[in-house]
Write a protein that binds this ligand. Sequence first.
Ligand code: SF4
Length: 99
Amino acid sequence: MAMEKTKTSDGKDHSREWMESAACANRDIDPRLFYPSSGERESKVRSRDAKAVCDQCSVRRQCLELAVQMDDAHGVWGGLNARERRRLTNEEPFTNLAA
Ligand code: SF4
């Protein structure tokens, strides 16, 4: 299997091979869940549903690490929305995250 490499703002290469194990890669999962953008009520429901998928994901930690490294300001990554990720990185060292 070819391993995709990407450089992030920290200058390191990060393998994305783990994405093949992502729960959201299941074709039955609507990818729009992870980028809720419509009305407030629907957005909360989608965000909750996306987080439920993340709760079952075996690569949640890798996903969250990548989102923090990329400083992605949108969407649910690793079970957290952008506001939650900002709070997390501002309040505690990222290395202390639970898997
Ligand atoms: S943690 Fe969530 S967004 Fe990240 S790969 Fe897993 S299911 Fe997808």
